[in-house]
Design a binder for this molecule. Structure first.
Ligand code: FMN
Length: 320
């Protein structure tokens, strides 16, 4: 079934996989695109060692993009990795143009030159700020974004700075812009997809539900831990930029205690060790000393399945 989102991206189902830091790799991304959705290459995909070097990041991304192209002929997307020094971001944009990546995810950066360059090269733009507002939705539309991702506080990973759930953020943004709005945060089964569309979304953007899949690089014990957990098990604590969630473990409990004891967000963030301790918890499977980040939509997940089975199930109303 076609709609504006499938038409814009030239995909079969309006299903978009959010980047998941080190929990993606070319095989996983290609499996999403092969199943009719849109896979997105994120930071540190397929890499055992986290780098903060923008040049190394760009060349790693080029290598991963070449691998994705070998695995699928279907459309996929990449992030542009917003760095403090925009020279490096421009370097990544040029690489994505050279590699003919059809869709680009921009995380919050409203830079006219980047939008213009991507548009001139016929590339589609997904705009996703960490904290969606009517103002940044309108601004991105005016700059040429093709779709806008409205993320609710229910999401896994770094949650928006404002505590507005998916149920409230989606209609607010839908009413503010004319471009298609894609719902993100807490979508765990077909009911979440149907609810998103009822709220006016024209696509879904998911992360957590794709972690307990055969193709995802998460550790086996982590996949099972997610299957065995419910939203009510999640620990929420303050950090930078605002809040974060983890399934229970020693580190998550320490972070929760630091929050209760009034520690600063900076100190909590330092102890959290973002990226490094996500890898330790989720890829290496040390759920005590690392953290396990997922959103509140995990409750309906019953088993570890293939990416295609998850997409077919969630998108059962979108048969061709
Ligand atoms: C473990 C994990 C890591 C994530 N890492 C990133 C990231 O590096 N960049 C990004 O833009 N979003 C990241 N996200 C957010 C997802 O792309 C997506 O917005 C989110 O998973 C949607 O909410 P859901 O998990 O409830 O489906 C991450 C999410 C999770 C669960």
């Amino acid at each position: 079934m076609k709609n504006r989102v499938t038409e814009i991206f030239n995909i079969e189902k309006p299903f978009i996989q959010g980047p998941l830091n080190s929990l993606t790799n070319p095989e996983f991304i290609a499996s999403v695109s092969e199943a009719g959705g849109l896979g997105i290459l994120g930071p540190n995909a397929g890499e055992a060692r986290i780098t903060r070097s923008p040049i190394e990041t760009t060349e790693r991304m080029r290598k991963e993009i070449k691998k994705i192209k070998q695995l699928t002929n279907k459309p996929f997307a990449s992030t542009i990795m917003v760095s403090e020094d925009l020279t490096y971001t421009y370097y990544i944009v040029d690489m994505l143009i050279e590699e003919n990546v059809p869709v680009v995810l921009i995380n919050g950066l409203l830079d006219e030159e980047i939008f213009k360059k991507l548009k001139q090269n016929d590339m589609k733009i997904i705009f996703r700020p960490l904290t969606p507002t009517t103002a940044n939705a309108k601004a991105s539309e005016a700059m040429g974004a093709d779709v806008f991702v409205a993320t609710g506080f229910d999401e896994g990973g770094t949650v928006p700075e404002r505590v507005i759930g998916t149920f409230s953020i989606v209609p607010m943004i839908v009413d503010a812009v004319s471009i298609p709005v894609i719902a993100a945060g807490g979508i765990g089964d077909v009911r979440g997809v149907r609810a998103s569309f009822s709220l006016g979304a024209e696509g879904v953007y998911v992360g957590s539900v794709l972690i307990p899949t055969f193709e995802n690089p998460a550790a086996e014990n982590v996949k099972q831990y997610i299957v065995n957990s419910k939203a009510e098990d999640l620990i929420l604590f303050r950090t930078l930029p605002a809040y974060y969630r983890s399934l229970p473990g020693k580190l998550a409990r320490e972070l929760e205690a630091m929050d209760k004891n009034g520690e600063t967000n900076e100190n909590i963030a330092k102890h959290m060790g973002a990226g490094k301790n996500m890898r330790l918890g989720m890829v290496e499977g040390d759920t005590e000393n690392g953290y396990v980040s997922v959103g509140t939509g995990i409750s309906p997940i019953q088993s570890i399945r293939s990416v295609k089975a998850v997409i077919d199930d969630l998108m059962q109303d979108f048969k061709n």
